[in-house]
Design a binder for this molecule. Structure first.
Ligand code: SAM
Length: 238
C-alpha cells in the first residue's frame, strides 16, 4: 500500500495510505482538498470519510476539532491510521456508524460530504451506489444536516454530473443557499461502469436521455465520455 504525499496550501501536506477496499483518492480529490476554506477554530465533520483526506486537510488548514465518520470498518481503520501518520490525534477523532448516528447531539461549523452518488438500478458497491438517480444520500443530508450545524454553518459536498443535480439542488435549496466553488472534468469509458455492474452504462445513458444525468462524448476520442465533478458550498439559511 503506497504512501501518497498530498500537497495542500502554504507548504502544508498530508501523508495518506489507502488500502484495498477503501475509496481511493486521486488528483481530483487532492485538488478539492486544497480548495477547502477553513476558518481558524472551526469544528468540522467529514461524513463518509473514507481514508479521511478531507477531514485531515481541514485539521491541517486550521480547524480546531475534526470528527471523521464512516460506516465501513475498513474505512474507519484506514482513517485512524492516517490520523496517526499525520500526528493529528489531538484534533481529529474517527467514529464508525451510519450517517449522523455517531454524532448525535453535536453541532458543527462545517460538514464535508463526498457521499456515494453513482446512479444504478440496484445496489452494486455501497461506496459508490447512490440509489436509482444518485440522490439517495443527498435526500438524507438535506433532511438531517440542519440539526447538526451551528447557526450559519456550511455544507461542502461533491456532486457529479451522473447524479440528478436538479433534484439535489431542489432538496437542499429549501434550507441552504448553494454555490459551486470548484469544478473539474472527469472522463470515463462505458467499460469503467459496466465493470461495476453489467449494463450500468446503458442505464446511465437512459438517465441522460431523460435529462436526469448529464455527461458528454469526447468528439475526438471514440468511446470516451466525461462529466462534471463539482464541489458545492451550501450555507444554512437563518
Ligand atoms: C465516495 S466514498 C468517499 C470517501 C471519502 N470521503 C473521499 O472523498 O475519498 C463514500 C464513503 O461514504 C461511506 N458511506 C456510504 N454510506 C454511508 C452511510 N450510510 N453512513 C456513513 N458512511 C457511509 C462509504 O463507506 C465511503 O467511504
Amino acid at each position: 500500500m503506497p504512501l501518497k504525499h498530498v500537497p495542500l496550501r502554504s507548504g502544508l501536506r498530508l501523508k495518506i495510505r489507502v488500502p484495498e477496499g477503501v475509496h481511493p483518492i486521486d488528483c481530483r480529490a487532492a485538488a478539492e482538498a486544497r480548495r477547502l476554506r477553513i476558518r481558524p477554530g472551526e469544528k468540522v465533520l467529514d461524513l463518509g470519510c473514507g481514508c479521511g483526506l478531507f477531514g485531515l486537510a481541514a485539521a491541517k488548514l486550521g480547524a480546531s476539532r475534526v470528527v471523521l465518520t464512516d460506516f465501513s470498518p475498513e474505512a474507519v481503520r484506514c482513517a485512524e491510521k492516517n490520523i496517526q501518520l499525520n500526528r493529528l490525534k489531538e484534533k481529529v477523532s474517527c467514529r464508525r456508524g451510519d450517517f449522523f448516528a455517531p454524532c448525535r447531539g453535536e453541532r458543527f461549523d462545517l460538514i464535508i460530504a463526498n457521499l456515494p452518488q453513482t446512479p444504478g438500478p440496484a445496489p452494486f458497491n455501497l461506496e459508490r451506489w447512490g440509489g436509482p438517480d444518485g440522490t439517495r444520500h443527498y435526500e438524507r443530508l438535506a433532511r438531517e444536516a440542519p440539526a447538526y450545524l451551528r447557526p450559519g454553518g456550511r455544507l461542502l459536498f461533491v456532486l457529479i454530473g451522473l447524479a440528478d443535480n436538479g433534484r439535489v439542488k431542489g432538496l437542499l435549496g429549501e434550507r441552504f443557499q448553494m454555490r459551486c466553488v470548484f469544478r473539474l472534468q472527469r472522463d470515463f469509458t462505458p467499460a469503467d461502469y459496466d465493470g461495476m455492474l453489467p449494463g450500468l452504462f446503458d442505464y446511465l445513458d437512459g438517465l441522460r436521455r431523460q435529462g436526469v444525468s448529464e455527461f458528454f462524448r469526447f468528439k475526438n476520442h471514440r468511446g470516451r465520455f466525461w462529466f462534471y465533478h463539482r464541489l458545492f458550498e451550501a450555507r444554512l439559511s437563518s
